[in-house]
Design a protein around this ligand. Structure first.
Ligand SMILES: O=C(O)CCC(=O)C(=O)O
Length: 278
């Protein structure tokens, strides 16, 4: 992660890394999703994400699908490769530190035209959340839970999808409800437009959410929530399902280690995603 990228992440709480996946990698992901599309669950009723917002509501719910890492080969492969992808490891080392780990099981967000948005949320002030935080100390940033969102379809300006309030990871006051609902001060909320193959990395501390999807094509974003090596938000690692671990490379397996100190013989990757010699 170069100095400009660090500046932008520190300033905004997120960064878009363009063109991490090749068109072929994007196609492999989309083909795997198409094969499993019956597993996409559209949210209804109590699972709705737009609450009583008048501007985030939609005609249908957001589609979610988990289990990507446990699919049969070859369908799981392009998603497993995301764990230690040479295009993102150096960013995760700068943002989370060496020994970063997968926290939540990987999941797909899919939205079709009319899908509702998601109330803005985030973990900056007024309290300190020891699992989802952004702090700067000893000349570097430290982040808790951090999202790596792999874009598998274009999100053009005006399409909707991921949005956030740049800089809000350093906020001290609670985000007012009318802003969380995208009903007031909409000018401070930025839709993150990006192309298939780009990766958006954002700290869970930044106030973020989802705008209703307006495009004709389906939104597809694969979310990997990562934590520093010493930290867990959820207990999904205890244990990871056998089908998730089966036939993983040592590099991928390293990212599924449970939380513990990096100095205790934790397998660690180099910046290119290869296992480091001890
Ligand atoms: O639509 C997005 O990418 C944001 C998703 C999100 O914030 C969440 O699922 O908690």
């Amino acid at each position: 992660m170069n100095d400009t990228e660090k500046y932008l992440f520190d300033l905004n709480g997120f960064i878009v890394v363009e063109g991490v996946l090749s068109p072929d990698e994007v196609s492999r992901c989309n083909e795997a999703i198409d094969r499993h599309a019956e597993g996409i669950r559209e949210r209804t009723g109590d699972l709705s994400l737009s609450s009583d917002s008048t501007t985030l509501k939609g005609t249908t719910g957001r589609g979610d699908m988990g289990g990507l890492l446990a699919w049969d080969k070859p369908w799981c492969d392009p998603f497993r490769e995301m764990l230690a992808h040479p295009g993102v490891v150096r960013y995760l080392h700068a943002i989370l530190g060496p020994g970063y780990r997968l926290d939540h099981n990987a999941g797909l967000i899919s939205m079709r035209k009319g899908a509702e948005g998601h109330l803005l949320h985030g973990s900056s002030g007024p309290g300190f959340d020891p699992h989802q935080y952004y702090i700067f100390k000893d000349g570097r940033m430290h982040n808790g839970l951090t999202v790596v969102a792999w874009q598998l379809a274009d999100a053009n300006p005006g399409d909707g999808g991921l949005c956030l309030i740049p800089g809000s990871h350093k906020g001290n006051y609670a985000c007012p409800q009318e802003i969380r609902k995208w009903e007031a001060h909409r000018d401070i909320v930025r839709q993150v437009s990006c192309k298939a193959g780009d990766v958006v990395i954002f700290t869970e501390a930044v106030t973020h959410g989802t705008l209703p999807w307006t495009a004709e094509h389906q939104r597809r974003s694969a979310l990997f929530r990562m934590s520093p090596g010493n930290l867990a938000y959820v207990s999904g690692y205890n244990p990871w399902p056998e089908a998730v671990l089966a036939d993983m490379t040592p590099e991928q397996r390293a990212v599924l280690e449970p939380p513990y100190h990096t100095r205790l013989n934790r397998p660690v990757l180099d910046d290119d995603g290869r296992l480091k010699e001890r």
